[in-house]
Ligand binder design. Structure first.
Ligand code: G6P
Length: 368
């Protein structure tokens, strides 16, 4: 173990820090700047089906389901094709509408999750074409799908998924860009997407340099037993994933939600000192989320805000700011999740838990 841990205290921390390299490997050879397009070899034989897809159904569990939600926002926003995201455990027992032109995407780190596998088999029986976004090469899901894109992040040992998540989002981002390019996105916009995508691993590396600052915040609030995580738009699934990380390994109750939904219930949970983590990087809903942050503050909540480097104004409503490098909205989830992974990690370590082997959880759920 000592050799494999490479000096890190836990696999989870090692895997968080591996993200710049892991993501570079995931993107490697797939961003073709010469021809201004994305090349995904594993789905090349289904180019025709993909180009004429009328609807996508994304299915997965846990962290991979959060990646799927980001995929929904991206494919709809960039490629303008309708997407549904379904928990595999629900999809398999529903009567999904699979028509000519329905394309299914199954996301799985392990490639062995029983519910995801069952959902794939059911969709295939009904005639859907199924693509996998899987990490483990040769796994059951990789073999069962019609085509696929491997995540290429190497083995993930920590039960709480980190580098697989960023790679799942990267694969869906690449897919959205390529679908968009084939439909209506012009060459200048495509080139801009590719350039920003290539810069993501470097931006994650600069977030990692903030780990000590994030650790101090985690320690300060690690005794609080209720946290909220909020974001809007693409940062809403990031908030869900941030909350999941915290609950998985620190056993703190955490809820992730779209920030505007707070007023329909969860705001009742805020009392003096409740930590509320906001993902509030600059983008189309920036002004709106500032309003949400102020509402929490007015009720005595403690606001921990992930914001864009250079945004000094945010300090007016934030108790703590975690700055991340600027990037376009479409690329923000991959960068913005990283501080939340680090926050969860240090909160759990400070509480004295074994983050690599959290109670009641398994790395891969191969039974229903
Ligand atoms: C388990 C793991 C999670 C993972 C989920 C889906 O619950 O603990 O980290 O997100 O399964 O796993 P998969 O291998 O299909 O991505």
């Amino acid at each position: 173990d000592a050799i494999e841990l490479n000096g890190y205290e836990h696999y989870m921390l090692k895997e968080i820090f591996e993200q710049p390299t892991a993501l570079s490997t995931c993107l490697g050879g797939r961003i073709d700047t010469v021809n201004n397009k994305i090349v995904l070899g594993g789905i090349a034989n289904l180019t025709r089906e993909l180009t004429r897809a009328k609807k996508f159904i994304i299915t997965s569990c846990g962290t991979a389901w959060h990646a799927g939600l980001i995929g929904e926002y991206l494919i709809e926003q960039i490629a303008r094709i309708p997407v549904e995201v379904e928990y595999a455990s629900e999809l398999r027992y529903r009567n999904p509408i699979i028509e000519d032109g329905t394309f299914v995407i199954a996301i799985s780190q392990s490639g062995e999750t029983a519910d995801t596998l069952a959902a794939i088999e059911m969709c295939k029986e009904r005639g859907a074409v199924v693509m996998g976004a899987v990490n483990v090469v040769g796994s059951t899901i990789a073999r069962t799908t019609d085509c696929g894109v491997y995540l290429r992040v190497g083995p993930e040992i920590g039960v709480a998924s980190t580098k697989a998540f960023t790679a799942q989002v990267a694969v869906l981002t690449m897919l959205a860009i390529e679908l968009g390019r084939r439909k209506h996105v012009g060459p200048a916009q495509t080139a801009a997407y590719l350039k920003e995508l290539q810069a993501v691993p470097g931006k994650i590396a600069s977030v990692l340099n903030m780990a000590e600052h994030i650790k101090q915040i985690a320690i300060e609030y690690s005794a609080e037993n209720n946290w909220l995580f909020m974001g809007r738009g693409l940062n809403y699934p990031v908030a869900l994933e941030g909350a999941l990380k915290l609950k998985e390994i620190s056993y703190i109750h955490a809820e992730g939600l779209p920030a505007a939904e707070m007023k329909h219930g969860p705001i009742a949970l805020i009392s003096k000192g409740t930590p509320a983590v906001f993902v509030a990087t600059r983008g189309s809903q920036y002004e709106k989320i500032i309003g949400n942050i102020e509402e929490v503050r007015a009720r005595g909540g403690k606001t921990i805000v992930v914001a864009t480097q250079g945004d000094d104004e945010i300090k007016r409503c934030a108790d703590h700011v975690i700055y991340v490098p600027d990037t376009i909205e479409e690329m923000q989830p991959m960068v913005n999740i990283v501080p939340l992974q680090i926050l969860a990690y240090y909160a759990a370590v400070h509480r004295g838990y074994d983050v690599d082997k959290p109670r009641n959880l398994a790395k891969s759920v191969t039974v229903e």
